[in-house]
Ligand binder design. Structure first.
Ligand code: ATP
Ligand code: MG
Length: 335
């Protein structure tokens, strides 16, 4: 009997810094739960990481860290194709082709560019501006059905759908299907521990703004203890007016796999010291084993290199077939 072909899942993480609780709760944790039900492609987004200046040795060590985090969190390298984005040349080839059907107006609306470029947009790289086109290529190259990401990437996936539709119109064929974003209810947007208006990010210069997956127990306790709250001594949830306190509730809910309402009931009216200390205990309980396993894996680079080269081979097989079809559709002579 012919087996049903699996739906395709694609996602990735930039090799741009230390992986943090937001990456874990917004992305990796979801992948761990669902990757075996899909034909999953999980890549290390090194091409994206150079959209801002980076030290080459830093990129390389981050790439190993990202790979180790995938495995240590519970992604099976037998089930998912884990690979380095730059080792599959078709990502950049497709990105160029898609950039020719993407309007500047669409890109001008992307909020991540505005956030990352900061005040001096003239100095931002072209790569940072066109980053969402490369992201669309990453996803469409494998004809993805779903893209599990954090809330901050929703706009880019919507753009990816627009780009896919524009390509299909141009070539007069429903070649790409329109991938769906998949965003977790709890953990989709973990905010910085220092500023409730900013999401937790690898690229935030303040290390105290995030819990890194490789932070030791004492550092986690310190960071949570020092996390910014406000001048009101009582604890209660109010996302709009008390973003920092409310973020701690969200983190607790996502880490404990419980609904935020339950956590609100449990901690409303309690003291900050009790709440923060319970949150730190829980964080250490969840992150501690992952961190320990990451350290163990990072000591055997050969093991990671094997996984990545096997993954690159598998990804290249599909990618080269699909980019060939795309080139033919566009009208290029393909020999
Ligand atoms: P950078 O600051 O370099 O952009 P980042 O922390 O935003 O790094 P990415 O590599 O851009 O991390 O994103 C990897 C995945 O993690 C994406 O699916 C993204 O949506 C998710 N993610 C990133 N930050 C958060 C967050 N604070 N809360 C939930 N999910 C997040
Ligand atoms: Mg990001």
């Amino acid at each position: 009997m012919l087996g049903k072909t699996m739906s395709i899942l694609v996602s990735g993480i930039q090799t741009s810094g230390s992986l943090h609780l937001g990456n874990y709760l917004g992305s990796i944790k979801n992948w761990v739960n669902i990757h075996k039900q899909y034909d999953s492609y999980l890549f290390l987004a090194d091409l994206h990481s150079i959209t801002v200046p980076q030290d080459p040795s830093f990129i390389r060590s981050c790439a190993y860290e990202v790979a180790a985090a995938y495995i240590a969190s519970g992604i099976s390298s037998d089930k998912a194709t884990i690979f380095v984005q730059s080792s599959v040349p078709a990502h950049t080839e497709l990105s160029w082709i898609l950039s020719c059907v993407t309007s500047m107006g669409w890109l001008n609306r992307m909020t991540q560019f505005k956030d990352k470029a900061g005040k001096d947009k003239e100095k931002a790289s072209l790569g940072l501006y066109s980053y969402p086109v490369l992201q669309a290529a990453d996803v469409l190259l494998y004809k993805a059905d779903i893209v599990p990401v954090g809330e901050d990437q929703k706009q880019h996936i919507e753009l990816c759908r627009d780009i896919a539709a524009a390509f299909n119109r141009n070539v007069n064929k429903d070649y790409f299907n329109l991938p769906e974003p998949m965003i977790m209810k709890e953990g989709a947007r973990i905010m910085s521990l220092r500023d409730g208006a900013q999401k937790m990010s690898k690229s935030d210069p303040s290390d105290n703004s995030r819990i890194n997956l490789l932070d030791d127990q004492d550092t986690i306790y310190q960071k949570i203890k020092k996390s910014k709250t406000d001048s009101i001594s009582e604890i209660y949830y109010d996302k709009e007016n008390r973003p920092e306190v409310s973020n701690l509730f969200s983190i607790y809910a996502a880490l404990s796999d419980r609904k935020i309402e339950t956590i609100i009931d449990e901690f409303t009216g309690k003291t900050f010291s009790e709440f923060k200390s319970k949150l730190a205990d829980l964080t250490v309980e969840v992150i501690g084993p992952i961190s320990k396993e990451m350290r163990r894996i990072l000591n055997s680079k050969d093991y990671l290199d094997n996984i990545l080269s096997f993954g690159a081979e598998k990804a290249n097989k599909i990618a080269s077939q699909n980019i060939k079809e795309v080139k033919e559709l566009v009208g290029f002579i393909s020999l």
